[in-house]
Design a protein around this ligand. Sequence first.
Ligand code: DX5
Ligand code: ZN
Length: 259
Amino acid sequence: MDWLPSYQYVCYQLVSIIEGIENLHHILDNEQSMEITPSILTADFCRLGETIDEALNAGINWLHLDVMDGNWVENRTITFGPALIKSIRERVGPDVFIDCHLMITNAEQTWEQYANAGADLVIAHIEAVDDFPKLISELHGSGIQSGCVINPDTPIDGLLPFLPELDLALVMSVVPGKGGQSFIPEVEGKVRSLREAIDSQIENGGRETKLMIDGGIKDHNASVVAGWGIDIAVVGSGLINEKASISENLVSITNSLEI
Ligand code: DX5
Ligand code: ZN
């Protein structure tokens, strides 16, 4: 019976197979895990370049740039515009993905300035745009990805007809206007409905629209929104704050996703 493998050999092989399956699970989990993109609103703008470098060194490769024009958001905040976005693009080079979240009254008239500044994706508010399908086709015609964002109180019904054309759908989990606000958990139903609609679109061979959430996400609730099926979470004050470095904050968030 020399040809029979030894007991030890069989055990060794079984352990290897089990470890392989565990690794595979880990790889698949990581592939499906939620991506984090920073909002820079809580940064010191005099040190913005260094802050962005710090984020990239921490492993981030998607930047979320919040544009407010002093007209559209309730608290009349003004943040920044295409000039700053152009400088950021020049600093980070072509490989970092940049989205511009336009909280402005005239996205239909001004989107081209953000495209020219180097945005990969322009996200406009459904509440602020008259002809969204036209905006999508103009963005796509210029080789720019197209995103649609809805406020916490806005139903998803208005967005669903053009979901097949969208590269990204964004659900606000705070009222737009400033960083550091409290998360609104009541958006769960909308997020889950959008997840279902996107999954069935993808199953039917349609566009792989990404699902994003923005506002009040930190290490204590990141895993909650990941469980709702979010692909990308915007994190502002939870990443860029006085308490810790971006890298330390990112580790807290990613660790919270693995528990
Ligand atoms: C809100 C902005 C958000 C926000 C994120 O108007 O669109 O991107 O600043 O910041 P936190 O994570 O601090 O809510
Ligand atoms: Zn935003």
